[in-house]
Design a protein around this ligand. Structure first.
Ligand code: HEM
Length: 450
């Protein structure tokens, strides 16, 4: 609702009536936002379910004005509240969020933690690749790569504190039970069992996960003073900074949630684009061959030499941003170019539309990793490319996600050629992440190099 007769009424946008129907008709919010900006320009007001008034901004220069906001609209994220004991981490206020983020970044963004977990990530990737090599039928990329990402992040978040490989497997399946139920509720999907059975299964999974984190906290308390572990360990760092056990349990759950499908689909979409562009795939595989030589897997230090692969991954996340949008709530009146929006307005970040803005990405539909050479990137506004969001609520896991994705991609490209299985339609839909509706089925051929 326009407040105090303020200007948002002047921002162009579709009629308020029929908002939900228009989103459904477009095939989801991710497609709707592309249409909105194509029709109404870079700043659009639109009726967003769960918000009084939303203003979507697809111009990277205008996004600058929003870059300091540390508040997300509570209503849009309240479906996650039952998963959290100490306040919803997606929407906790800035005074709690700022110190929490600092601890998160001290571990997640640092080389020591990436290096410490690299060997285990490599083992998990190799196990998956070995399994793929024995398959006669096409691989379902999203399913397997999301599962791999979940295994990696479970080991990362809980790793040395877990009692056994078996407990790691149980954590993975409990988290999957929980997520199936929550995403099922959010998107009204058909899931097996009665409502009561599903609720009971989700509750049991949640209880198990929380108890497991408690065990890990206890194990760390016993190992206090182990400097080597402290530099790479999320749970230990959170405990050392005085975060409560409830907040640590919430953080582990939120980290699993944030890291699981996002990293899995980033890798899947990259392989999909490579299969459709054999020239790019060959250049990427040639680079992997040069950097790895006759080794089957990279070492941590190799990643920085895989510069073309890095550009391929970035370009894939431009075309298919795993998280297709984000949101903030204006905490004061905000000037967006010629418009002023009042405090309290929901600012919608249409990441996908930003990445398809033809002012900064000529022929935006074309897959061209060379857009990310240092020369091509020079002078491009910093918010023209925002797969990990922006500002004080941007993704804390960005650095780790790049390490995981580049490790998996280089291992797979070293070993296999990928061809899309015939007779499939690849339909991007939004299911918390930008997902291919019917997965992406791929035939693999061992590479003679491999
Ligand atoms: C390719 C993989 C990933 C992508 C594309 C991605 C993207 C995003 C995006 C778009 C947001 C919202 C940012 C915003 O509102 O401005 C976000 C938030 C977040 N992500 Fe990621 N993410 C990825 C992987 C990860 C990983 C591996 C972790 C942790 C290990 C992680 C942890 C988080 C957390 C904790 C938040 C909440 C940030 C906050 O409220 O302070 N993400 N991510």
């Amino acid at each position: 609702m326009p407040r105090d007769g303020i200007t948002p009424a002047q921002i162009p946008g579709p009629p308020a009536e029929g908002g939900v129907e228009a989103i459904v008709e477009a095939g989801g919010l991710h497609n709707y936002q592309l249409r909105l900006h194509a029709e109404y320009g870079p700043v659009v007001r639109f009726p967003l379910p769960g918000a009084d008034l939303a203003v979507s901004v697809a111009d990277p220069l205008l996004l600058e004005a929003t870059a300091k906001i540390n508040k997300r609209p509570e209503k849009l994220f309240e479906f996650l509240t039952p998963l959290q004991e100490s306040g919803n981490l997606q929407t906790i206020p800035a005074d709690e969020h700022v110190p929490w983020r600092k601890v998160m970044l001290s571990v997640l963004a640092g080389r020591p933690s990436h290096e410490a977990h690299f060997a285990r990530f490599t083992e998990l990737t190799t196990e998956m690749a070995d399994r793929w090599a024995g398959l006669a039928s096409p691989v379902e990329l999203q399913k397997d790569l999301s599962e791999l990402s979940l295994r990696m992040i479970c080991e990362y978040a809980l790793g040395s504190g877990l009692e056994s490989e078996e407990s790691a497997g149980r954590v993975v399946s409990a988290f999957e039970d929980l997520l199936t139920e929550y995403l099922g509720r959010l998107y009204q999907l058909e899931t097996p069992g009665t409502e009561e059975e599903r609720a009971a299964r989700a509750e049991e999974a949640l209880t198990y996960l929380r108890a497991t984190v408690d065990q890990v906290i206890a194990a760390h308390a016993e190992r206090e003073g182990d400097a080597e572990a402290d530099r790479s360990d999320l749970v230990a760092a959170l405990a050392a900074s005085g975060e409560s056990p409830a907040r640590i349990r919430d953080t582990v759950l939120m980290t699993l949630l944030a890291a699981h499908h996002t990293t899995g689909v980033a890798i899947s979409w990259t392989l999909y684009l490579l299969a459709r562009h054999p020239d790019v795939a060959k250049r990427a595989a040639d680079e992997v061959d040069v950097v790895l030589g006759d080794r089957a897997v990279p070492e941590y230090g190799d990643l920085k030499r895989l510069t073309y692969l890095d550009m391929v991954l970035r370009e894939a996340m431009r075309l298919y941003p795993p998280g297709p949008y984000g949101a903030r709530e204006a905490t004061e009146d905000l000037v967006l170019g010629e418009y002023t929006v009042p405090a309290g307005t929901t600012i919608f970040y249409p990441f996908w539309a930003v990445h398809m803005n033809p002012d900064y990405w000529p022929d935006p539909e074309v897959f061209d990793p060379d857009r990310f050479t240092p020369e091509a990137s020079a002078g491009r506004p910093r918010f023209a490319y925002i797969p990990f969001g922006l500002g004080p609520r941007s993704c804390e896991g960005a650095g780790l996600a790049m390490v995981e994705a580049e490790l998996v991609l280089s291992t797979l490209l070293k070993r296999f050629d990928f061809q899309l299985a015939s007779e499939q339609t690849i339909q991007p839909i939004e299911r918390f992440v930008l997902w291919a509706a019917e997965d992406i089925r791929m035939n693999l051929t061992p590479r003679s190099q491999g």
